[in-house]
Design a protein around this ligand. Structure first.
Ligand code: BG6
Length: 541
């Protein structure tokens, strides 16, 4: 057997860690395996935004469409029609959007030449959602564009309250703007809807019923903006395009998984909405369960939307539902009180605008869930999210099992850190592998070292907004990044079972946390039961 001297070993570790961290790899375009050929062709179309006077349009949708236009990603012929009740002309609507773009564009300054060209594609149509005559007016406007595709290929973006979805789709169908899916070439119509998609299973089910009474499920694109994030999309590539990690991705090798979505900001002016939602409905039901599904699902049979979504649903269905007793043991709520964030005083949640002074709404939630399937049986999945935490970051940490309790583990006890792989979803997007290495020197010492891949250093700073990708996919008709009906309903089932356990129970003293800290003490205790600790996201330079 080959043996290495102590010197040789330490040199090897030192050299390996240094070179792995810094080695740049010069790949060029010829080495990239492009999957775009599988992408559907983007045809000329009109994008109709209902609720065009709202915040979402000016903050997210128009900046995203402007950047897609700037990058030549939109079809050569397209129109954007703002539909809302307020009286505006095409010109005044464009002027408002131009103003907002100055504030919300991810690239600055706004390129005036590009904007002027882009703005020629934007028009405004005044109308009331409940009034069929308004849809006829919309139909005339669409027909006036001349090109049949601009009349027949229609993306309806419902940036409106869910209580209005039913009226909108019914009127679209009645005025023949929305038709059942037909043969290719005869036009397509799609409906894009935003979260919140219901507030429990019953309301989500009812909403789905209203939408699919007039639209086919394949025409409904439910947005979860986390799926538009590059790093969230990379979870599947990382897992299924690398042989080594997938071999480790199971109960034999993984001790537990932590998913953290921490936010630094408070609820701000959204108290009214937040009182109805809380962290559970606002973040866990959608964004966190989506990340969990991608991290834990089985390989899909193909890259088609339905294959991927089938696997996600299967995974969500394998999550063990909790009884009220289990909720008490496995789920922790939290609410921030006044504290200090970034050296500045921060007021408590109960003092926020439109929040009840004795509110029990959670601004933090931590849960220990189990996935009852062959791959993950017995592996805890710890999920947490909260507002007013010390740092805003989203991370998935795969914590591997400890080595057998001999040699270094026997000598070091819990000082020997088990291996971990961290997928940093935002900010400073990247992937870090932690393993142990010898501390160079005559004394024998071992400590964790890191191998780090950073998106920015590898690919250059490129941070498209999630909405850019999602809008493009919706126009292309690829539903992979959107939530299917059974997916949203299964996620609500999980959340409803937890919320049922909270019924009538106010927050306990151990569930409050000072703004600017990592959450309530009860969340620490949740992990301590199994000898685990939260690994808080760290700043990455
Ligand atoms: C939204 C929630 O869906 O996601 C917000 O309603 C939250 O409360 C936001 O702040 C977080 O998104 P991101 O992209 O900033 O992580």
């Amino acid at each position: 057997m080959k043996t290495y001297s102590r010197w040789g070993l330490s040199f090897l570790f030192y050299f390996a860690t240094l070179s792995l961290v810094n080695a740049p790899i010069n790949f060029d375009e010829t080495t990239v395996c492009r999957l775009d050929s599988q992408r559907k062709v983007i045809e000329p179309c009109s994008i109709v935004i209902f609720g065009a006077s709202g915040d979402l349009t000016s903050r997210k949708l128009i900046p995203a469409l402007y950047h897609l236009f700037k990058d030549n990603q939109l079809p050569p012929a397209f129109r954007i029609i703002g539909f809302a009740r307020r009286e505006k002309t095409d010109e005044s609507f464009r002027a408002e959007l131009r103003d907002a773009l100055g504030k919300f564009s991810r690239t600055k300054p706004v390129d005036e030449a590009v904007w002027n060209k882009f703005a020629e594609h934007i028009v405004y149509c005044m109308g009331d959602l409940t009034d069929q005559a308004a849809y006829q007016k919309l139909e005339q406007r669409l027909s006036s564009f001349g090109l049949p595709e601009l009349r027949n290929n229609l993306l309806f973006y419902l940036a409106i309250s869910p209580s209005q979805f039913g009226d909108a789709v019914e009127n679209l169908e009645k005025t023949k703007l929305l038709k059942p899916p037909g043969p290719i070439g005869e036009g397509w119509q799609r409906i894009v809807v935003e979260k919140p998609f219901g507030h429990d299973l019953a309301s989500a089910h009812a909403l789905n019923g209203e939408l699919t009474r007039y639209a086919h499920e394949s025409q409904v694109f439910r947005i979860d903006h986390y799926l538009g994030k590059e790093t969230v999309q990379n979870i599947l590539m990382f897992r299924f395009s690398n042989a080594i990690f997938e071999r480790l991705w199971n109960r034999d090798m993984v001790d537990h998984i932590q998913i953290t979505v921490s936010e630094k900001h408070s609820v701000g002016g959204r108290g009214g909405y937040y009182e109805e939602a809380g962290a559970m409905r606002d973040m866990l039901q959608n964004h966190i369960l989506q990340v969990l599904a991608l991290v834990a699902m089985e390989p899909p049979v193909s890259l088609e939307a339905e294959s991927i979504r089938d696997e996600k649903v299967k995974l969500l269905k394998s999550i063990r539902q909790l009884t009220p007793d289990e909720v008490a043991k496995q789920v922790v709520r939290g609410q921030y009180f006044a504290g200090v964030l970034d050296g500045r005083p921060e007021t408590g949640y109960r003092q926020a605008e439109k929040v009840k002074p004795d509110s029990n709404v959670e601004t933090y939630v931590a849960a220990k869930l189990y996935v009852d399937n062959w791959r993950w049986s017995g592996v805890p999945f710890y999920l947490r999210t909260g507002k007013c935490l010390p740092m805003g970051a989203s991370e998935v940490r795969i914590q591997f099992r400890q080595t057998p309790n001999v040699l270094f583990a026997a000598a070091c006890g819990n000082k020997l850190d088990p291996n971990a792989l961290t997928l940093r979803l935002q900010p400073n997007e990247g992937i870090t592998m932690r393993f142990n290495g010898k501390v160079p020197g005559a004394k024998v010492g071992v400590r964790p070292v890191r191998m780090h891949f950073s998106y920015d250093s590898e690919f250059g700073a490129y941070t498209p907004e999630a909405y850019e990708r999602l809008l493009l996919e919706a126009v292309a008709g690829d539903a992979t990044l959107f939530i299917r009906r059974d997916e949203v309903e299964t996620a609500w089932q999980i959340v409803d079972s937890i919320r049922a356990g909270w019924e009538g129970k106010p927050l306990s003293n151990r569930e409050f946390y000072a703004a600017g800290t990592w959450g309530p003490i009860a969340a620490e205790e949740l992990l301590a039961q199994a000898g685990h600790v939260w690994r808080d996201p760290q700043p990455i330079k």
